[in-house]
Design a protein around this ligand. Structure first.
Ligand SMILES: Cc1cc2nc3c(=O)[nH]c(=O)nc-3n(C[C@H](O)[C@H](O)[C@H](O)COP(=O)(O)OP(=O)(O)OC[C@H]3O[C@@H](n4cnc5c(N)ncnc54)[C@H](O)[C@@H]3O)c2cc1C
Length: 410
């Protein structure tokens, strides 16, 4: 969203107005008319319900099944890949922690039947193609092009009568229960129901959530693999490559261009935090590209982990570190999302604070919110209780939040 006359970029916790970095997802759909769609030229004066935001909006196993089922049933063209993801432990310390955690999870009754465990270093290295791997845990997973999936859902909603207004930031909400007024630079719109799907930016419109959900920039690097890891030799898995001081998420675009997207918590993530801490506006500033300390860590992973810069990697085309963009994570003080009614604001609802993990949760959180708005009880949603927004949860977090560094959980 762009703030057309809403003041300086990034102020008040709203999305920046211009110059935002462009993710791999948005780079690959530049000609899609949905990017600047406005169903009506002018904003309507009123609506039954206004949804503010919404990017990609259980537990995670259900989300995986529900997502794959939706994509296949509706034949959504969103580069779906299904297969095994590998958690690869790269040093003895992290391998030992993983083994203990896995044993404790099983002892507590957790279902480990679908996890393939490899604890012999030589086998782990062969399976993962990461020389130096100490252990590997594999289970079913999927990757896809989130923008294409969301675009498909939005087009379905447009067919059902949705009025979509892109590039229209909501700047404030006034009024009271039964008649909320959402203000934008293009006019105001009145509604009985307002849904905050603003994730990291929730605090800009909901003062009660400020500090409890904190925006935090995060980087993702696009890497073009060398010839030795392309074609029939391309990576066949997605990964979490885990060191005692870092976790890299490695996602090859296996069913499309074969580029590899590398995110997660790189070794130099502290440098990003220090950069953000220097200026409060940087918390919502997604204009950041190619943040060098993170790119350096990604190069190290490819060099010392996959060994793409070694002689092996130099046969044919070398690895290319192509582009890195930023997005804004919504970090909540208790590390779980906020789903439900906004306490004391009857008719306002929220699904925000996804802690950099929304893709694995939103496909079940958003339908749960729709059920609640339709009159269902929390128990009907089947979401964990800790996701529910309650007055008590907000009050408790408000008292502790000033002493909590929520980014430590990144
Ligand atoms: C680099 C990076 C890598 C990630 N990798 C993963 C991953 O591997 N797995 C995973 O599960 N998750 C990942 N995430 C997190 C995931 O992208 C988010 O959890 C998810 O996008 C949240 O979806 P959302 O719809 O709630 O919010 P968002 O996608 O953040 O969308 C919120 C939207 O609301 C708009 N908005 C905000 N305020 C206003 C306002 N006042 N008026 C109008 N519009 C507004 C914003 O412009 C934005 O478009 C990653 C995030 C980043 C940045």
């Amino acid at each position: 969203m762009r703030i057309e006359d809403g003041g300086a970029p990034g102020l008040n916790g709203l999305p920046v107005a211009e110059g935002m970095s462009i993710s791999h997802w948005l780079q690959t759909v530049r000609s899609d008319p949905l990017l600047d769609h406005r169903t009506t030229r002018d904003l309507p004066d009123s609506a039954e319900a206004v949804v503010i935001g919404s990017g990609i909006l259980s537990n995670e196993g259900e989300t995986l099944e529900a997502l794959i089922d939706y994509v296949r049933t509706n034949d959504v063209q969103c580069d779906l890949w299904t297969g095994k993801t590998l958690d690869v432990l790269m040093d003895t310390e992290s391998a030992s922690v993983a083994a203990k955690t896995f044993t404790a999870f099983a002892a507590a009754g957790g279902d480990t039947s679908k996890v393939e465990v490899t604890t012999t270093p030589a086998e782990a290295a062969k399976k993962s193609r990461l020389p130096g791997a100490q252990a590997a845990y594999a289970w079913d997973a999927a990757t896809l092009h989130p923008w294409k999936l969301v675009a498909h859902v939005i087009r379905q909603c447009l067919d059902l009568g949705l009025n979509l207004q892109t590039w229209t930031p909501a700047t404030t909400i006034t009024g009271s229960a039964g008649q909320w007024i959402v203000h934008t630079p293009r006019g105001a719109i009145t509604a009985t129901t307002v849904i905050h799907a603003t994730n990291a930016y929730a605090g800009a419109l909901l003062p009660e959530i400020r500090g409890i959900i904190e925006p935090m920039p995060h980087m993702c690097n696009r890497v073009i693999p060398p010839s030795t890891f392309s074609g029939s030799q391309a990576l066949q898995n997605s990964y979490a490559v885990i060191y005692k001081d870092a976790l890299y998420s490695v996602n090859p675009r296996s069913t499309s261009d074969g580029n590899i997207l590398i995110g997660g918590s790189a070794k130099n993530i502290d440098r990003l935090r220090e950069y953000v801490d220097e200026k409060v506006d940087r918390k919502t500033d997604d204009r950041l590209v190619d943040f060098e300390p993170i790119t350096t860590s990604v190069r190290q992973l490819c060099d010392t982990g996959f060994q793409w810069d070694s002689d092996l990697g130099r046969r044919g085309a070398p690895v290319r570190y192509d582009h890195a963009w930023s997005g804004i994570l919504g970090m909540s003080a208790d590390t779980v999302p906020f789903v439900g009614t906004v306490p004391g604001k009857h008719g306002q609802w929220m699904c925000c604070g996804h802690n950099g993990h929304g893709m694995a949760r939103i496909f079940t959180c958003a339908p749960a919110l729709a059920k609640l708005i339709g009159g269902a009880t929390w128990a009907d949603t089947e979401l964990p209780d800790c996701f529910q927004v309650t007055k008590q949860r907000l009050a408790w977090l408000a008292t502790v939040v000033s002493g909590v560094d929520i980014r430590a959980s990144l």
